[in-house]
Design a binder for this molecule. Structure first.
Ligand code: GDP
Ligand code: IMO
Ligand code: MG
Length: 428
């Protein structure tokens, strides 16, 4: 693995997000020239630990922590420019160079204040049926994109164009604000504020589509960094409890301009168990002490919102589906060390629905909520895996467990992670 050419690789989350993508991206960045985000926005929180330092990246690709790599925010990402500038500022204050190594697509759509407002309003209106979004305005921003009233980075670069589009959106949003008795937005204030933002953002803006295609032709190693996970995908996830983008491998093409036949490899990241933040079905969720133990040992608290993550056993029905829709050829399994102290570990191998065993995920979330996992039980290895650096150094029972996860998911085991740090990684 290490050393051999990767060409163009897509890395995706194979569960409900927070699989440890940031860590694996960081490890793979060493062999890459360019790291590209292709969907989502600052709803993502990708943690990378380098030595004693811990960084949480939201919009900036995780390759930023490696000197000499180019980082691109692709056209498929929704960019909150205030959040981006703040993130850049924060990184620079911590000694990370952000100068000439970060570009933003001129075609990326913007997340603007009214998107955050509408995100919060919609969640409130939904009451008990809320999605549990990150509140970053992601859904409304993608809705505007598809509804053809979005405002793009390229518009922000042209004050007249920006003002015209903003005026329309502020008028439209204020009608909603009036209906719900909310404070009205001021076109003037937003317009002025974003003129200043445009000035600061300008140096990062580029035609990243052309650039990426040239890199691709020149044989550069390109790493496409997925955010969220397969079951949060707008098409393949547990709709409506999903995010508003294609988190799966297909999104890497539409979100960067790299054509499908130019993608050479798809790496799927999955935890050795399962977590989910926010609402929505989660068949293997543990509502008992075992769930609490996973949350505490795995430090399962959201990297973006700090919310406790819901925890449960590994769900092979869900990961098999993720392998299928992404075409995952290599699996990276993270957080094996979190299971070190467990005497018994369960894996969901099928669901039982209305007394019948099924191995597929129903489209209807109400049905998915009624699915009861069929578990296979494994003996725990009851010893620390933290120091293993080669697959063969893992306890036999841990190896058996990993091989079973790969076999049940229908793909090949390629990377195993036993800690948050770079060196706590093994390649097969
Ligand atoms: P992402 O959104 O997929 O990048 O994942 P997050 O960063 O939101 O959450 C994963 C968390 O697990 C982070 O705190 C990582 O530092 C941590 N992590 C990643 N891999 C491992 C691992 O193998 N073992 C342990 N204990 N922690 C890990
Ligand atoms: P990373 O990239 C985990 C979840 C939210 C909510 C749903 C919709 O760190 O894996 P949104 O704000 O996107 O409209 O929220 O999606 N969600 C995530 N869960 N990891 C993420 O990103 C997530 N990004 C969004 O909790 O359930
Ligand atoms: Mg995360």
């Amino acid at each position: 693995m290490v050393g051999h050419r990767m060409a163009t690789t897509v890395l995706v989350g194979a569960q409900w997000g927070d699989e440890g993508k940031g860590k694996i991206i960081d490890v793979l960045t060493e062999q890459s020239d360019v790291v590209v985000r292709y969907q989502g926005g600052n709803n993502a929180g990708h943690t990378v630990e380098v030595g004693p330092e811990k960084y949480v990246l939201h919009l900036v690709p995780s390759g930023i922590l490696y000197p000499g790599k180019l980082n691109i925010i692709g056209n498929g990402v929704v960019v909150d420019p205030l959040a981006l500038l703040e993130e850049i500022d924060h990184l620079q204050k911590r000694g990370i160079t952000v100068n000439g190594n970060l570009l933003v697509s001129d075609r990326a759509h913007l997340v603007l204040p009214y998107h955050r407002l509408l995100d919060a309003l919609r969640e409130k209106q939904k009451g008990k049926g809320k999605i549990g979004t990150t509140g970053r305005g992601i859904g409304p921003a993608y809705a505007d994109k598809v509804g053809r009233t979005g405002i793009r980075v390229v518009d922000l670069m042209s004050p007249a164009q920006f003002a015209e589009k903003l005026r329309f959106k502020v008028r439209e949003t204020n009608e909603i604000a009036r209906t719900f008795g909310l404070k009205l937005l001021s076109f003037q204030n937003i317009n002025e504020q974003y003129l200043e933002v445009a000035r600061k953002l300008k140096r990062y803006v580029a035609d990243t589509i052309k650039l990426l295609n040239r890199f691709e032709r020149d044989g550069k190693e390109i790493l496409l960094e997925g955010a969220q996970g397969a079951h949060l995908d707008i098409d393949f996830g547990t709709y409506p409890f999903v995010t508003s983008s294609n988190t799966t491998a297909g999104g890497a093409c539409t979100g960067t301009g790299i054509p499908p036949h130019r993608i050479n490899r798809v790496v799927g990241v999955m935890k050795a168990y399962t977590t989910r933040v926010g609402e929505g079905p989660f068949p293997t969720e543990l509502h008992n002490d075992q769930g609490t133990q996973l949350r505490e040992t795995g430090r399962e608290f959201g990297a973006t919102t700090g919310r406790p993550r819901r925890c449960g056993w590994f769900d092979a029905v869900a990961t098999r589906y993720a392998v299928m829709v992404n075409g995952i050829d290599e699996l990276a399994v993270t957080k094996m060390d979190v299971l070190d102290a467990l005497p018994k570990i369960k894996v969901c191998v099928a669901y039982k629905l209305n007394g019948k065993v099924t191995d597929s995920m129903p489209a209807d979330v109400e049905l998915l909520n009624r699915c009861v996992p069929v578990y296979q039980e494994f003996d725990g290895w009851m010893t620390s895996t933290k120091d293993a650096r080669e697959f063969d150094q893992l306890p036999k029972k841990a190896r058996t467990y990993l091989q079973k996860l790969a076999q049940l998911s229908g793909s090949k085991l390629s990377i195993v992670s036993v800690g948050a740090r770079r060196e706590e990684t093994m390649f097969l």
